[in-house]
Design a protein around this ligand. Structure first.
Ligand code: AMP
Ligand code: MG
Length: 427
C-alpha cells in the first residue's frame, strides 16, 4: 500500500482545488421558513405580489394639504387652514381634503383624497389646539411647500409583478424583510450540504475521556465540524474509527449513503497503519493522495458513488488548513455561492519567513492595520508545526509562500488569505 503512496504524483494546490470543485455539484433547492434564508442562496425569483407601498402615504407626522393653498404663505402673510381631523397609520380617511382644509396625519398613514403634500408638524402652528380632538382647530403655515413634499408614492419600493430578488441572490437581513413584505413566509433556497466527519486512529479517545498511555483526545472531529458549520454545511460527527481496513471501509460506505461529503482525518499518508488510500481505491476512485502544500501533504481525494470522500491529514492544524484551502470552496459551491474565494490582504512581513521545503507554504499568521502608518502588517506565528491548534486559534490569516525554495524577508509584501472575512466581501 505504501508503494501506492510513494509512487503517486504530487498535485499542485490549484489542480487539487479544481479537481474537487469539478465534483462539487450545486445541491437541490429546499423550502425553508424565511428566517432561515439568511445568508443563503435563493433558488427562486421573488416577485412582488402587490405595490409596495400599496398606497401613497405620509413620510412625516404633520398636515396633509393642497400645496396650492399655501403657495403665497409667508411670515407676514400666513395661510390658515381648517383641520378636518386626524388619521394614523392603518386608518383610512373617508372624506376629501378641499381647498382651505388640512388633515392631521401620521407617518405611514394613507394620503387622504384631495391632499397632495404633507408639511411636517415642526413647521406649523396650531390654534385652538387639541391633540385628541383636532377637528375645528386651525393650522397656520408661514411658508409654502413643494408639491408632493413628504408624500411617499404608491409602489416606491416595487410595483405588483416586479422582480425584487433574483434566484441566485444571497439573502441578507434586508432581503428577509422583502420576503416578509411580499408575503413569502417560506422560500426556496439551495440546501446545505450534509457532511459526515470521521477520525481514524488507534490512539484516539473522546474529549470527555482520560487518555491512557500513548493515547490522545480526538480534536479533529470537533474542529472540522465547526469549520463545516462556518462554511454553511451541516456537520454530522460520526466519531472515531480504528486503524483497520474493514472498520474504515464500512464507516465510509455507510457515511456515503447518507451524506453529500465525507471527511476522514488521519491515516492519509503511506505509513503501515494508514488505510485511507487503500479503502478509497476499493470503494471508488482515488484522484490524488498528495498535494504540494505545507501543512498537509498527505491528502486524498476519493469519489465514491459521486460523493466526495476526502482524507485529510491527521495533524490537527494540517487538517484544518487542508479543509480551508481545499474543501471550503467546494462546500460553498455546493450551496450555490458564486464567490468561493476568501478575500486576500497584501501586507508587510514583520519577521523573516523561512521556507523549509519547496511546497506551497500556508503560514498561520495575524494581519493587522498599523495605526500610525495605516498599512497592513503581518506576523506569522512563531511555531508553524502542523500539530498546533493554538497557532490557528491565534491566526486570522494564512500567509501564502509560493512553491519553490524562496522564503520572504522581513518587510517584504505577502498575500494573506483572510480567515476572518467571508468570501465575496470586498476589502
Ligand atoms: P496520521 O495522519 O494518522 O499519521 O496522524 C498524524 C498525527 O495527527 C498523529 O500525531 C496523530 O496522533 C494525530 N491525529 C490524528 N487524528 C487525530 C485527531 N482526530 N485528533 C487529534 N490528533 C489526531
Ligand atoms: Mg494515524
Amino acid at each position: 500500500m505504501s508503494n501506492h503512496y510513494e509512487s503517486s504524483e504530487t498535485v499542485a494546490v490549484r489542480d487539487a482545488i479544481e479537481k474537487i470543485l469539478s465534483f462539487a455539484k450545486v445541491l437541490e433547492p429546499q423550502s425553508v421558513p424565511m428566517q432561515e434564508a439568511m445568508g443563503r442562496v435563493l433558488a427562486q425569483d421573488i416577485v412582488s405580489d402587490r405595490d409596495i407601498a400599496p398606497f401613497a402615504n405620509s413620510a412625516m407626522d404633520g398636515f396633509a394639504l393642497k400645496a396650492a393653498d399655501i403657495e403665497q404663505a409667508s411670515p407676514k402673510n400666513p395661510a390658515q387652514l381648517k383641520v378636518l381631523g386626524i388619521i394614523g397609520a392603518g386608518s383610512v380617511f373617508e372624506g376629501t381634503v378641499q381647498s382651505g382644509e388640512a388633515l392631521r396625519i401620521m407617518t405611514g398613514a394613507m394620503m387622504p383624497a384631495g391632499a397632495d403634500t404633507v408639511v411636517m408638524i415642526e413647521k406649523v402652528e396650531v390654534t385652538g389646539v387639541s391633540a385628541e380632538k383636532p377637528e375645528g382647530t386651525q393650522v397656520i403655515l408661514t411658508a409654502g411647500a413643494k408639491l408632493g413634499l413628504n408624500v411617499r408614492d404608491k409602489g416606491e419600493e416595487a410595483l405588483a409583478g416586479d422582480l425584487l430578488l433574483k434566484a441566485g441572490t444571497v439573502v441578507n437581513a434586508a432581503g428577509i424583510g422583502l420576503l416578509a413584505a411580499t408575503g413569502n413566509p417560506h422560500v426556496e433556497v439551495i440546501r446545505r450540504p450534509r457532511v459526515a466527519i470521521l477520525s481514524s486512529g488507534d490512539e484516539l479517545v473522546g474529549p470527555s475521556e482520560v487518555p491512557g498511555p500513548g493515547q490522545i483526545r480526538n480534536s479533529n472531529c470537533y474542529s472540522l465540524a465547526a469549520a463545516v458549520k462556518a462554511a454553511g454545511g451541516e456537520p454530522n460527527i460520526l466519531g472515531i474509527v480504528r486503524d483497520n481496513n474493514n472498520e474504515i471501509l464500512q464507516a465510509i460506505q455507510q457515511a456515503v449513503a447518507h451524506h453529500d461529503m465525507v471527511l476522514i482525518s488521519g491515516g492519509a499518508a503511506g505509513g503501515d497503519y494508514d488505510f485511507t488510500y487503500q479503502v478509497l481505491s476499493e470503494l471508488g476512485t482515488v484522484h490524488f493522495c498528495k498535494v504540494n502544500m505545507r501543512p498537509g501533504k498527505a491528502q486524498t481525494l476519493g469519489i465514491v458513488n459521486n460523493t466526495i470522500v476526502f482524507g485529510l491529514a491527521g495533524n490537527p492544524s494540517a487538517a484544518m488548513v487542508g479543509f480551508e484551502v481545499l474543501l471550503r470552496p467546494a462546500l460553498r459551491q455546493m450551496q450555490g455561492f458564486t464567490s468561493i474565494k476568501r478575500p486576500v490582504t497584501k501586507a508587510r512581513l514583520t519577521t523573516d519567513a523561512y521556507k523549509p521545503d519547496s511546497r506551497r507554504f500556508y503560514l498561520r499568521a495575524r494581519v493587522e492595520r498599523d495605526k500610525a502608518s495605516g498599512e497592513y502588517l503581518v506576523t506569522p506565528e512563531k511555531n508553524q508545526s502542523s500539530a498546533l491548534l493554538s497557532a490557528l486559534q491565534n491566526a486570522n490569516c494564512l500567509v501564502v509562500l509560493q512553491e519553490g525554495l524562496d522564503g520572504k524577508a522581513k518587510s517584504e509584501m505577502v498575500c494573506c488569505i483572510r480567515l476572518d472575512i467571508d468570501e465575496g466581501v470586498e476589502i
